[in-house]
Write a protein that binds this ligand. Sequence first.
Ligand code: ACO
Length: 310
Amino acid sequence: MSELERHFEATIAADHRIEPRDWVPEGYRKTMVRQIAQHAHSEIIGMQPEGNWITRAPSLRRKAILLAKVQDEAGHGLYLYSAAETLGADRGELTEMLISGRQKYSSIFNYPTLTFADVGVIGWLVDGAAICNQVPLCRSSYGPYARAMIRICKEESFHQRQGYELLLTLMRGTQAQRDMVQDAVNRWWWPSLMMFGPPDDASPNTAQSMAWKIKRHTNDELRQRFVDMSVPQAEKLGVTLPDPLLKWNAERNHYDFGPIDWDELKRVISGDGPCNKERIANRRRAHEDGEWVREAALAHAAKRADGNRA
Ligand code: ACO
C-alpha cells in the first residue's frame, strides 16, 4: 500500500473528512461524483413538479412560500454542482449527462402534481424522506458534500414544515379539501418509499459506500426510519396511509409495511415514469435558452481577466 493509500484509509478509519487536496482512489472519486451529480440533478429537476403550481397558488402567502422553496432547490443544485467540481467534474458535462439520459436523478420527480394538495404532500413526505436520507449524509466522509448537506438539511426542514402546515390547513377545511389531501397521500406514499433506493440485497453500491463512510445507513434502514416517523404524523393529520399491511410490530419495535413494487421503481429510473420525458425536455429547453447567458458570463469573465492583466 502506498503512502497516499495509507493516508486515505487512515482518514476514513479515524472518521475524519476527505478534502479536495487529498488523494482518493479512483472508485471513491467516481462514486462521489455519481452520487453528488445525481443529487444535484434531483434538486434541479425537482423544481419542476412544484414550479407547476407557482402561478396557481391559492394566496399570496402560499405563493411566496412556494417561490422561496423552489428557489432553495435551485440553490441546493448549484451548491452540489460546486461540490462535484471539487472532485474534478465539469458542471457543463454533468448537465449534458443529465439531459442525454446518461446520469440519473431521483425517481420521485417523475410523478405529476395534480392538485395543490400535492404541494403539501411533497413537502411532508418527499422532503421528509429527503431529510431522513440526508441528515446522516452531514457525516459523509467527503468534506464538501457533508458540509453542503448541513445547510441543505436546514432548508429541507423548512420545506417539510411548510408542507405539513399546508396539509393541516386543508384538513381543517371542507370535505372536498380533505379528500384532495387523501388522494395526494395515496399517490405519493409508495413513490416516497422508493426514494430510498432498491432493497439492500439489490443495491449494488451500498456495501462499498458504507465502507468508505459515504453512506452511513443502508437504504432499508432509512426507509424503515421514514415509515416509523411518518405513521404518527399521518395520524395527527387525520389521513390514512395506503397500505393495509402497515402495522406496529412490538417485537421489532418498528412498523411492518407491505411489499414495494420494485418493478415500478425500475421502470421510473430507466426513463419510463409518468413524466420522465417532459422533465428532461423542460430541462433541455432551459439549458438551450440559457446559452446566451453562459456566453455573456464567459465573455465578461474574459474581459475582466484581460483588464487584470493590463
Ligand atoms: N431514483 C433514481 N435512481 C435511484 C434511486 C431513486 N430513488 N435509488 C437508487 N437509484 C440508483 C442509484 O443512484 C444507483 O445508480 P447507478 O446506476 O448510477 O449506480 C442505482 O440506482 C442502484 O442503487 P444503489 O446501489 O442503492 O445506489 P446508492 O448507493 O447511490 O443509493 C441513494 C441511492 C440512497 C439515492 C443515494 O445515492 C443517496 O443517498 N443519494 C443522495 C440523496 C439524493 O440524491 N437525493 C435526491 C432526492 S431528494 C431531493 O432532492 C429532495
